[in-house]
Unconditional design. Structure first.
Length: 425
């Protein structure tokens, strides 16, 4: 009996030892499901969309419909991801882009965002378009980092600061102010008209222009003409603006509408009035020439990244080579550059965040970008108090199918609230 009792105690002790050993091996690591995240690493719970081998990134934009020309933004993102993945990914993880078509419509954006956030569980969302679309889905984004969506160039998404929203391309309000500053101080304009898209995107530049006009009481705002994003006939708008007899017209909107408006201005012989259009329209001048022909000559716009025309620039060479390989049926364009450049900024943040990829680590890493020039943008700048991304630009004018720079690099300084003209880069 004593021998049996001894054997029983010995067996029980052995089982307890095995159990303790197994427990000690798993303690502090959390539940780890490889490649099925959210994962954990050395006691740190990784963010959703992150596994040992992969980071899922979301995107939505118009792949079809009246604004489908912006779909090349998605191609630009994918192309840069392909380049990074071919080089081993980011800290050993491959980038996976999940992209859906929202047709540039708010009501179709909500289910798309729900799918990305709640079903696909992406880590971040990058380079999306359509300000009203984002506002429609605003409550669904939660804590997910938003990198370079064009609405983050709208003050409503940056003021007050939102921890997880990172603007990138030129802020629309700053751009509208710059147009007035240049028109008054360099074109000697005394009469200004504003032709704006009648939504939160279009009104941002409109409000910026009106704000800057307050500094110039001797300059008159002679017309404020709205248009809707899905309009196709701009003949009445053109007549009204011509009759206002402005020295300069400032326009906000999308490319297709700007092209239709410009052609109407040509028809009525009003191309002698300087037209200034937003970066979102004019930077992709090849598209604008395709839509208008020579009628686009003379149109002013801003440029906040290396131009596609700078074929000797190493950044353009890398982009054109990779993009042409990935999308041989598409022509490398400025809109595709937007996707590529936003992906560059995202990847730099991921690299700086390290292997323990949480949202907090990523956001802290993004806030270390201090006039970073590693992307196609002239500079990218974030701090715990700043989310503009970049505020440097050239003013350009379309000529013979290309963009010519008419100013040195101009940088908006929020501290002094001034536009600083710097030596050209």
């Amino acid at each position: 009996m004593k021998k049996n009792r001894f054997l029983f105690v010995a067996m029980l002790s052995l089982l307890l030892a095995v159990a303790v050993a197994c427990s000690s091996q798993t303690a502090g690591t959390g539940q780890r499901e490889k490649d099925d995240g959210p994962d954990s690493q050395e006691g740190v719970q990784l963010a959703q969309g992150v596994t040992d081998k992969e980071i899922k990134i979301g995107h939505f934009g118009p792949q079809t419909g009246f604004a489908a020309s912006y779909d090349v933004i998605r191609e630009g993102i994918q192309s840069y991801f392909n380049l990074v993945n071919a080089q081993g990914g980011v800290n050993g993880r491959m980038l996976k882009l999940i992209a859906y078509d929202n047709e540039y419509q708010p009501n179709k954006t909500v289910p798309v965002v729900q799918r990305l956030v709640q079903e696909d569980k992406v880590f971040a969302i990058v380079a999306t378009t359509c300000t009203p679309c984002h506002q429609a889905a605003e409550s669904l984004f939660g804590e997910i980092p938003m990198i370079g969506p064009s609405p983050a160039s709208t003050s409503a998404f940056l003021e007050p600061l939102r921890k997880n929203w990172f603007g990138l391309q030129l802020n629309y309000k700053i751009e509208g102010r710059f147009f007035v500053d240049y028109a008054v101080n360099h074109l000697n304009a005394k009469r200004i008209a504003i032709f704006y898209e009648n939504d939160d995107y279009g009104k941002e530049g409109y409000f910026g222009a009106k704000e800057e006009l307050k500094k110039h009481p001797d300059v008159q705002l002679v017309a404020e003409v709205p248009h809707n994003v899905q309009e196709v006939d701009f003949s009445a708008h053109a007549q009204r603006l011509k009759q206002a007899n402005p020295d300069v017209i400032i326009m906000t909107g999308i490319q297709k509408n700007a092209a239709a408006f410009r052609k109407e201005m040509v028809k009525i012989g009003a191309t002698d009035i300087p037209l200034m259009v937003t970066y979102a329209i004019g930077m992709d001048h090849k598209v604008m020439y395709d839509l208008t022909g020579d009628a686009w000559d003379g149109v002013y716009s801003t440029l906040s990244m290396v131009s596609i025309d700078e074929t000797d620039n190493p950044k353009i060479k890398e982009f054109v080579q990779q993009y042409s390989k990935d999308f041989p049926k598409s022509v490398p364009s400025a809109n595709a550059q937007i996707g590529w450049a936003a992906a560059q900024v995202l990847v730099e943040g991921l690299r700086r965040a390290g292997e323990e990829l949480t949202w907090d680590h990523f956001i802290a890493a993004m806030e270390t970008l201090d006039d970073w020039d590693g992307s196609m943008y002239y500079d990218v700048y974030y701090t715990p108090d700043t989310r503009y991304g970049q505020t440097s630009m050239y003013l350009t004018r379309a000529k013979d199918g290309k963009l010519e720079k008419v100013t040195p690099l101009v940088k908006y300084d929020p501290k002094t609230d001034q536009f600083l003209y710097e030596p050209s880069k």
